[in-house]
Each structure stands twice: as structure tokens, then as C-alpha cells.
Design a protein around this ligand. Structure first.
Ligand code: ADP
Ligand code: MG
Length: 446
């Protein structure tokens, strides 16, 4: 029997032995690559799964395999060599051939191989910027020049900018591309002045066909740097070279910068990237967890997308911490784990967690009386807090809709459902509201 079939049979048997989530997230991800001299080499997609499977299911796997083969085997766990990058169907294929060719260009261009189009999630907050970036890839230097991307911290400016560089390289590997943060430009200039190597500085920055300057706002207030950058910009621009810039604010809002530079920056296309909305946070969490080979349930992803900050870097950080903590504790990052991580619904439920207290906490938070919330008045300032009560009663104590209606002075269940949906929607879009609700929740668990 070949190893593939054999492992299939082992897995079939294990499927009955363990719970479905364990099977799906862990065991079904393994493969038997060889079985020689009674040593079974089992591949796992990543170290996280390897440590869980090896740590917890070694004997189960061994016994099952031994049973099937009638031999006494030893198991060796290894990480599967990385499969070829999956190419996202919605992306124009040929652009990404570069990724499969390894890091050949990385040293010269300063590009980070991680920041490519195929792993960039496109959603409401960045679809315009993304479309413009693709247009630039088609015709560098001729479509939008300069291309100026601005937006808050961690929203994906650097990622998008570098993806442009990679995609151009994949079309034409000989293109001269230079990525550099504006601070490096400044440091380079200063040191070339000290070492009297200005010509090589000029050569470095004035020859690329595509110049990607990240975080241009750092040259604010640095007159000499601005002067040199102005000349660099003009030299490239006149030669029809593509210039891409990023900044944490619009060109005209960068302070202490020469007017003539601002107007150069605004001479092409300026786009912004907004923080991701709920839907996009979901998509990003799914992509990032898949990249790590971790299967999170839909509801876990939804919960995380609601809780986590709206900036993508923090979102990634939170996911990473959860995954690391789960691995360290030998746990699966399921909804219960993730809720616990945020301090909610811990095993020893807080004694403050009851319907009466939820109503009281919300009333207190908004400086209202509980009777304002349970009464019949439709005054505007009562509506939101009342809906938050509905939401929290459902979320935190899983009260039935009817019960929530009763607690709130006899409202019917369709009003309650409507209120809960409304908060869910608004909280997913409005980070201030999310924060407010989280503060009330935290109070309930103290
Ligand atoms: P910025 O330059 O705006 O501060 P980055 O480009 O450094 O943000 O992005 C921060 C992190 O978030 C990076 O790890 C990046 O890969 C990731 N990221 C940003 N935007 C996206 C996106 N749309 N899809 C997937 N990952 C993203
Ligand atoms: Mg950046």
C-alpha cells in the first residue's frame, strides 16, 4: 500500500476518535511523506500545528499507524516545505511570476518580498488606491506621476507601494527600481556630504526607472534635504521615470515643506487609504490566519474583527499574539479561547454579570437612570444606550429576545432584534462606539 493510502486510512480512523475541530484544524493537515525502516515521516504545514500534533497526539497517531501496519513505528514530525505561493484569482496572473523566482531582486531594489499584490486584501478602504496602483504597473511613468499615497499608520501604504515595485519587476526583471524610506534618503545625503561622495549619491537616486520613497513627511523641516529631493524629483520626472510617494497625511498638510515640493507632489494622482471596515478586517484576518496555516471559525474571525483595532498592523499583531499564546498553552484558538484572551466570558463568570447590572452599568455610563432605559420614552438620548443594553444582554448573558423585551419594559422581540442588529452594524463601522461598548463590558468583568 502506498503511503498516501495508508495515511488516508489512518486519518479515517482518527476522524472517529477525536472531535471535529481537532480533526479539521490539526490532524487532517498532516501527511505521511515516507515510511521507511519503521520510521514514519509526517509533514505538518507549520511549526504551530507540528507542536500541537506532536505534543498531544503522538501516541494516538502511533497506535493507529502501528495497528494498520502491524509494526512498531517511530514518528518523525517535519514541516512541509513551502508550497508554491497560491495566486489569487482576482489578481492579474502574470504580474506575480516574480514571487516564484525567489529574492533575486531584493538586494538591489530594497523591496521586501512579503509585500506583493497577491497577499494584499482589497476592500472598500483601498480599492481605488489598488486600482490606480495596477494602472501604474501597466505603464510606469506614464499614467500617474507622481503617485502619492497617504493614510494613517498601518493601513497598508508601504505594502501597496512595494507591491507596485514587485509587479513591475515581474513584468520586466531588468527594471531599475529603488525603494527607500525618506529617512534613508536623508541619511545617505548627509553621509555622502561628509565623505564627499555626492556624485555616487546622485547616481543612486537619479538613475532608477522607478523610485519609491516611503514616508516623505519625514523631510518636513529639513531644508537641505528638501532642496536635494526637489532636484532628484525633477531629474526623474523629466526623464519620465515613475515616482511613488507615501505619507501619513495629504501633501498640502505636510508642515514645513517648501511650496514648490508640495505642488510637485500634487501634480500627479493623490489617493488615500482608509482604515479597514469590518468586512475588510474579516477578510484580512482570514488571509493572515490562512497564511499561518490556522483555521479560525467564522464566528471567531467575526469576534476578532469586532474587537481588534482598525489598523491592519495592530490587527496582525493581535492575531499573532493570540496564535502564539494558544500554541504555548497547547490550545486551539477557538472562539472561547479568543474571548478569554480579551478577558470576556472567563470560566469563573464575574458576579457582576447579570441583566440588572448590565442595565445599571449602561445607565451609569451614559449618566441616565435605569428607568430611562426601561421606560417608554423615545427620547433620542435614550435610544442608543437602550440598544446597547439589548446588545449586551444578548452577547454577555445570552438572554432570549423575549426576556430582553421584558427587562426593557415590555418591548416586543422585533424591536429587540432590530436594536441588536443596529449596534452590531454600527460597532463594526465606528471604532469609538466599539471602544465605548468595550469599556462598559470591561466594567462588567471587574
Ligand atoms: P503603513 O505603511 O500604512 O503604515 P504597512 O504597509 O506597513 O502600513 O502595513 C502594515 C501591515 O499590515 C503589514 O504587515 C502589511 O502587510 C499589512 N497590510 C496592510 N494592508 C493590508 C492589506 N490590504 N491586506 C493584507 N495585509 C495588509
Ligand atoms: Mg509604511
Amino acid at each position: 500500500m502506498d503511503v498516501k493510502n495508508l495515511w488516508q486510512q489512518v486519518l479515517e480512523e482518527l476522524k472517529i476518535e477525536v472531535s471535529r475541530p481537532i480533526f479539521q484544524t490539526l490532524l487532517s493537515q498532516t501527511d505521511l511523506s515516507t515510511l521507511e525502516n519503521n520510521i514514519a515521516t509526517i509533514t505538518c504545514p507549520n511549526p504551530y500545528i507540528q507542536s500541537l500534533v506532536e505534543g498531544r497526539y503522538y501516541s494516538l497517531l502511533k497506535n493507529t499507524l502501528d495497528g494498520k501496519t502491524q509494526k512498531n513505528n517511530s514518528l518523525l514530525f517535519v514541516i512541509k516545505p513551502k508550497a508554491q505561493e497560491k495566486i489569487n484569482n482576482s489578481d492579474p496572473g502574470p504580474l506575480f511570476a516574480w514571487q516564484n523566482e525567489g529574492k533575486v531582486y531584493q538586494d538591489k531594489s530594497g523591496l521586501n518580498p512579503k509585500y506583493v499584490f497577491s497577499n494584499l486584501v482589497v476592500g472598500n478602504s483601498n480599492n481605488f488606491a489598488h486600482a490606480a496602483a495596477l494602472a501604474i504597473v501597466q505603464n510606469p511613468g506614464q499614467t500617474y506621476n507622481p503617485f502619492f499615497i497617504w493614510g494613517g499608520v498601518g493601513v497598508g501604504k508601504t505594502h501597496l507601494m512595494q507591491a507596485i515595485g514587485h509587479a513591475i519587476l515581474s513584468k520586466n526583471p531588468n527594471t531599475q527600481i529603488l525603494y527607500c524610506p525618506s529617512e534613508s534618503f536623508a541619511n545617505d545625503l548627509v553621509s555622502s556630504l561628509q565623505t564627499k561622495t555626492i556624485p555616487s549619491f546622485k547616481k543612486k537616486y537619479r538613475t532608477p526607472e522607478v523610485l519609491l520613497i516611503d514616508d516623505i513627511q519625514f523631510i518636513s523641516g529639513k531644508e537641505y534635504i528638501q532642496e536635494e529631493f526637489f532636484h532628484t524629483f525633477n531629474a526623474l520626472y523629466l526623464a519620465g521615470r515613475q515616482i511613488v510617494l507615501t505619507s501619513d497625511r495629504r501633501p498640502e498638510e505636510i508642515s514645513k515643506i517648501e511650496e514648490r515640493l508640495t505642488s510637485r507632489f500634487m501634480g500627479g494622482l493623490t489617493v488615500d487609504i482608509q482604515p479597514p471596515d469590518f468586512e475588510m478586517r474579516m477578510a484580512i484576518l482570514k488571509t493572515k490566519s490562512q497564511e499561518r496555516g490556522i483555521a479560525l471559525s467564522e464566528e471567531t474571525v467575526a469576534f476578532l474583527a469586532q474587537m481588534a483595532a482598525s489598523n491592519i498592523r495592530e490587527l496582525e499583531g493581535t492575531l499573532s499574539q493570540i496564535v502564539t499564546q494558544a500554541a504555548a498553552l497547547n490550545r486551539i484558538p477557538d472562539l472561547v479561547f479568543v474571548k478569554n484572551y480579551f478577558g470576556f466570558k472567563s470560566k469563573n463568570r464575574s458576579k457582576h454579570l447579570n441583566p440588572k447590572n448590565i442595565i445599571l452599568s449602561v445607565a451609569k455610563h451614559y449618566s441616565l437612570k435605569t428607568s430611562d432605559l426601561t421606560g417608554t420614552s423615545r427620547r433620542k438620548e435614550y435610544v442608543l444606550p437602550r440598544q446597547i443594553v439589548m446588545y449586551l444582554l444578548r452577547e454577555e448573558v445570552e438572554a432570549p429576545y423575549m426576556k430582553i423585551g421584558e427587562l426593557l419594559g415590555g418591548r416586543d422581540h422585533s424591536t429587540i432584534i432590530h436594536g441588536i442588529r443596529k449596534i452590531e452594524n454600527e460597532a463594526s463601522l465606528d471604532s469609538n462606539l466599539r471602544q465605548e461598548i468595550n469599556n462598559i463590558k470591561q466594567g462588567l468583568y471587574e
